[in-house]
Design a protein around this ligand. Sequence first.
Ligand code: PLP
Length: 358
Amino acid sequence: MKHIFNFSAGPAVLPQPVLARAQAEMLDWHGCGMSVMEMSHRGKEFMSILAKAEADFRSLLHIPNDYKVLFLQGGAIAQNAMIPLNLLAGKSADYAITGGWSKRSVDDASAYGKINVVASSENDQYRAVPDFSSWKLNKDAAYLHLCTNETMSGVEFVDMPNTSGVPIVADMSSHILSRPIDVSQYGVIYGGAQKNIGPAGLCLVIVREDLLDRASALTPAVFNWKTQADNQSMINTPPTYSIYIAGLVFEWLQAQGGVEAIEKVNITKANLLYEYIDSTDFYINHVAIKNRSRMNIPFFLRDESLNDAFLRGAEAAGLLQLKGHRAVGGMRASIYNAMPMAGVKALVLYMQEFARTH
Ligand SMILES: *Cc1c(COP(=O)(O)O)cnc(C)c1O
């Protein structure tokens, strides 16, 4: 098998043992004679897969009992509409724009009610989270929406603003399970699976129970958090195979020592890359040090005419999908939980060698 390291922002690298296990169980899951893909979602086999995936996810993030976990479809983007439909209840909502994804959330949510942009780093090319003292929060907002890790520009929140009780709704798609979080600080946490959890299409939503009573009557049943919570995410057929793979990823993460242990590895991996970038004039990262993402590391060659040569050489060296997001340009290395340390070391070696020969 060709040996590569995959730096894609998403769909992204999965732990190799997870793929090997899925392969081994593909034709016959635990001796039942069926593939997971062929099982009834209401049968005892799949119900056990779902129950274990939820229990493991809860224990990895220490999710309190007064939060529901939903396994939904439509990726993270579908939540851009589900959030206002489920939470606005005739009020307005606060949104912070810290990158391309939170901006998209504002655009999508604006169809459903009054959205107030309370902070924006757009004029600063999304290089930092604006200082909380400048945020114009509204005390009567239905919620405050944030994207806590901006995948395109590589900006990560390190703390949360004080909202005086207004629930925080956080898009954590690209760093969920990469670091411990205090779930009780949030009203809703959601994440598309294809970065740190599993296959694209699945979206995990963690929602505090007291927020389940305010959905608009126009909310479609499959998008209604309460309806889904009351039906174990099975108001329609859930994405069964994606949930199975997510469950295998959770088991893998537990075997690594959980979120607390993987955070240490993630810090070491990110430091290795940032320290090299900062040590040379050949490459540059523009993000404020405090907000530099541990998961998505964009960088630019000072001489952008070398971009194509850099990418061609990287591909030849087995370092794939390093091209930056089309809205940002340059390069981006996404180093999710499943990216081994060896991959980051190989990337730094390649970058050093490229700088030396150019
Ligand atoms: C990838 C991503 C999304 C989009 O997810 P889809 O599955 O395409 O809907 C949304 N938010 C963030 C932060 C992302 O990284």
